[in-house]
Design a protein around this ligand. Structure first.
Ligand SMILES: [Fe+2]
Ligand SMILES: [Fe+2]
Length: 164
């Protein structure tokens, strides 16, 4: 089977998001080590596409990409305890999906699947499990990507890897 070009699919469905100034500001926020929120979110979107293909889940690719790109759209430095947007610095894991969802709804038109992806990506912290396959796949892709990012940081290699 011919390998899909995940970069092209990402552009096709996420161009307005990737090119918006506010989204680009996530390049200035660190997720882990030297990986920015922007790079992390793009990696999660590509990983979600890969898992969807490998596991043959038949997710809607557009919803998967848009939800994945915006899953960490909380727009502050979560490591900075003095930052005023970081209202619960020790509980970032619990609160940031709600903040990301609020920001995403303000800046983009999202359908209910895309909103569910953002809302539930931290499951099991969210207690109520994801209600659609797209949200399950992004939650899994986020954990897998974060693990790879952390392992590579530990090894002193930083980013990147490529799913395409
Ligand atoms: Fe997150
Ligand atoms: Fe994430």
């Amino acid at each position: 089977m011919k390998r899909k070009n995940y970069d092209l699919i990402l552009r096709k469905h996420g161009e307005d998001i990737l090119d918006s100034e506010r989204y680009k500001s996530t390049k200035g926020y660190i997720q882990h080590g030297n990986v920015s929120v922007f790079e992390h979110s793009v990696s999660v979107a590509k990983c979600a596409l890969m898992l969807n293909d490998k596991l043959k889940v038949k997710c809607n690719e557009r919803n998967l990409i848009r939800g994945a790109l915006l899953h960490d759209y909380f727009l502050y430095d979560w490591h900075d305890k003095d930052c005023k947007e970081n209202i619960h610095p020790n509980l970032h894991g619990f609160y940031h999906p709600g903040i990301a969802l609020k920001n995403a709804n303000r800046d983009f038109n999202l359908n209910i699947i895309e909103q569910e992806i953002i809302k539930k990506h931290m499951w099991p912290l969210t207690v109520i499990p994801p209600l659609c396959r797209e949200a399950w796949i992004v939650s899994l892709a986020d954990k897998y990507t974060s693990l790879l990012e952390t392992i590579r940081i530990r090894k002193g290699k930083g980013k990147m890897y490529n799913y395409a």
